[in-house]
Design a protein around this ligand. Structure first.
Ligand SMILES: Cc1ncc(C[n+]2csc(CCOP(=O)(O)OP(=O)(O)O)c2C)c(N)n1
Ligand SMILES: [Mg+2]
Length: 669
């Protein structure tokens, strides 16, 4: 008897175990996507059991190969692999697919089970995260590998579907990946000619392989024959191509083997149905009962990855011991990245600026960034071709370029959405990463920003030109509703500092974050630098504070953020001259203020019934919560206009006069 036969039989048994688990879990949940996991089972099985170096017993092993299922709807493929390979998911977890509290959510959720490297589901994000993961690998290698000590040398694998390939974000990200020559990035493309509405020919006819070749990728076309040896060979060929990312195109058949559902859109997002499940199992030569049948040999065979992973990890740990002895400081830095430690910022970080002078908060941010970068070696970032305006370059740190990944300044090109996903990939790898553009273009990257919040990543989104203060560029460039939308997103801290000192605190706050992304909203225009003695060190953590108080109890409270705080101060002075007791509250972070107890709300804003005026050159949405029944909001109720900044503010009635007038109106009513 040849030895190939039993192995081939065992492989087939394992592949069919994955397929039937996916069918059964979707059938039991009466919801989900069965067809794609069925078709992709050979690819995932080959990667997990033959190709990838990973350690199911320690899913967080830093030098593991990464796998991201970009087509997150095929989540049962990932859950089946994680269960079979011994990552800790149980068969019961699979049986509870899509149920409340199950680690097997509808789409893979980062942090819900070991082995889920990223939250996927919004198509295009996963493969774009992978560009960040693969870039992070090269950046870590450039920083930490020393002759004879290759401590970082892993690969990043992903499976992407038609939808992933159609979404613009993947085009942005993969264009950059090709440009940067990220050779350790390997994507399988599930070319199944099917999406939800039917055949992809309805809307998709380009040659995807040719497109990726044009991006500078190495492309293999496997065709229909997905024999495991061919998949493995293609993966290894891709791994040998060190100077380019790789795309491996597989012509698959959704719901393969299902007699009535194969190659149909019906197999995409609905259970096959009990009858079709039974027929498909018969076609596989599988017992129709019980469901969730896992042959002992299949489980045992897949679980052997645990031992192989432990062995790989042991070897790496031995290398790390030698490395640590030779490079103790570097090893410490590496630990900090692996553990995603929030960097300690010395109090001296908080640069002092001269009170009374004028400085744009984007300019202050630039100065603070230099100090922060000196103390936080893992801080890296860049902009979507706007660094001269957003002022986010780290001086003297060098650019990230093809074959030169040791720098700290990234150039994303005009690719905001990919920038968001790549920043998230860098954050997943332990870098403190920021991406920057104008606040208005946060809309272009909202999908990725939302996922940073959902994944609980401390990504930093540094947005400048944060209001109609942009001036002449006009309404296309003047954000209105962006702050409200970002504040409405759970688990994002939106920080809009009033001056240079609040900006320093804002960076310090963002760098201390562990599981919450920070959005910085910075001014293009110069703002008065406040007296630092008036700003508490925890101003951002608390979200709002009394910047200028009235002599006695306040008759009126003026609340501002960012550029409008100065305006509130001027109005308060005028009111004081008129004998009106006016308090000014700076609220750099509404999200953090909301998190404070009611007593703190009352301490800062005055007791309920105190007349309050909020001033923000943006949508008033959300402000009535803080102004209360007796309050007023001075804000933007339309798009902006093109003109010099001061005239635009006057045109829209966001002025000291307007604040004083509004205060009088409230006091006399
Ligand atoms: C950004 C985004 N838009 C829309 C969807 C809804 N959706 C889920 S899967 C899918 C397309 C399915 O086609 P394909 O990607 O080829 O997956 P397959 O059916 O082949 O598994 C769509 C539109 C989504 N998940 N993400
Ligand atoms: Mg498809």
């Amino acid at each position: 008897m040849s030895t190939a036969q039993p192995q081939a039989g065992l492989d087939e048994l394992c592949v069919n175990t994955i397929r039937t688990l996916a069918m059964d879990a979707v059938q039991k949940a009466n919801s989900g996507h069965p067809g794609t996991p069925m078709a992709l089972a050979p690819v995932a099985y080959t990667l997990y059991t033959r190709v990838m170096r990973h350690s199911p017993a320690n899913a967080a092993w830093p030098n593991r190969d990464r796998f991201v299922l970009s087509c997150g709807h095929a989540s049962m493929l990932l859950y089946a692999m994680l269960y079979l390979c011994g990552y800790g998911l149980t068969l019961e977890d699979l049986e509870n697919f899509r149920q409340l509290g199950s680690p097997c959510a509808g789409h893979p959720e980062y942090g819900h089970a070991p082995g889920i490297e990223a939250t996927t589901g919004p198509l295009g994000q996963g493969i774009s995260n992978c560009v960040g993961l693969a870039l992070a690998e090269r950046m870590l290698a450039a920083r930490f590998n020393r002759d004879g000590h290759e401590i970082i040398d892993h690969h990043t694998f992903t499976i992407a579907s038609d939808g992933d390939m159609q979404e613009g974000i993947s085009s942005e990200a993969c264009s950059l990946a090709g440009h940067l020559g990220l050779g350790r990035l390997i994507a399988f493309y599930d070319d199944n000619h099917i999406s939800i509405e039917g055949n992809t020919s309805l809307s998709f006819s380009e040659d995807v392989g040719a497109r990726y070749e044009a991006y500078g990728w190495h492309v293999q076309r496997l065709g229909e024959d997905l024999a495991l040896d061919r998949i493995e060979h293609a993966a290894r060929t891709a791994m040998d191509v060190a100077d380019r990312p790789s795309l491996i195109i597989c012509r698959t058949h959704i719901a393969i083997g299902a007699p009535n559902k194969q190659d149909t859109a019906a197999a995409h997002g609905s259970p096959l149905g009990a009858e079709e499940v039974a027929l498909t199992k018969q076609a596989y030569g599988w017992p129709t009962e019980p469901p969730f049948h896992v042959p002992a040999e299949a489980l045992e065979h897949c679980r052997a990855t645990v031992g192989r992973g432990e062995q790989a990890e042991r070897e790496w740990n031995e290398r790390l011991v030698v490395y640590r002895a030779a490079n103790p400081e570097l090893a410490d830095q590496l630990d900090a990245i692996f553990e995603r430690r929030a960097p300690a910022l010395p109090p001296g970080l908080l640069k002092r600026f001269e009170a009374g002078t004028k400085m744009a908060t984007r300019k202050a941010s630039q100065e603070v960034l230099q100090v922060a970068a000196a103390h936080v070696p893992s801080l890296v970032g860049g902009s979507a071709d706007l660094a001269p305006s957003t002022l986010t370059l780290i001086d003297g740190a060098g650019d990230i370029e093809r074959d030169s990944y040791g720098g700290r300044n990234l150039h994303f090109g005009i690719r905001e959405h990919a920038m968001g996903a790549i920043v998230n990939g860098l954050a997943l790898s332990g870098f403190r990463a920021y991406g920057s553009t104008f606040l208005i273009f946060s809309d272009y990257m909202k999908g990725a920003v939302r996922l940073a919040a959902l994944m609980e990543l401390p990504s930093i989104f540094c947005y400048t030109h944060d209001s109609i203060g942009v001036g002449e560029d006009g309404p296309t460039h003047q954000p209105i509703e962006q702050l409200a939308a970002l504040r409405a997103t759970p688990n994002i801290n939106v920080v809009r500092p009033a001056d240079a000192h609040e900006t320093a605190l804002a960076w310090s706050f963002a760098l201390r974050a562990v599981e919450t992304p920070t959005v910085l909203a910075l001014s293009r225009q110069a703002l008065i630098v406040l007296d630092p003695e008036l700003i508490p060190e925890d101003a951002i953590d608390r979200g709002a504070y009394i910047l200028r108080d009235s002599a006695g109890p306040p008759a009126i409270v003026l609340i501002g953020t960012g550029s409008e705080v100065g305006l509130c101060l001027d109005a308060a002075r005028r009111l004081a001259d008129e004998g009106v007791a006016a308090r000014v509250v700076s609220m750099p972070c509404m999200d953090r203020f909301e998190a404070q107890p009611a007593a703190e709300h009352e301490r800062v804003l005055g007791p309920a019934g105190t007349p309050r005026v909020a001033v923000e050159a943006a949508s008033p949405f959300g402000w009535d919560r803080w102004t209360g029944e007796h309050g007023a909001v001075i804000a933007m109720r339309s798009f902006g206009a093109s003109g010099p900044e001061a005239k635009v503010y006057a045109h829209f009635g966001i002025t000291v006069d307007a604040v004083v007038e509004q205060a009088h109106a409230l006091l006399s009513s």
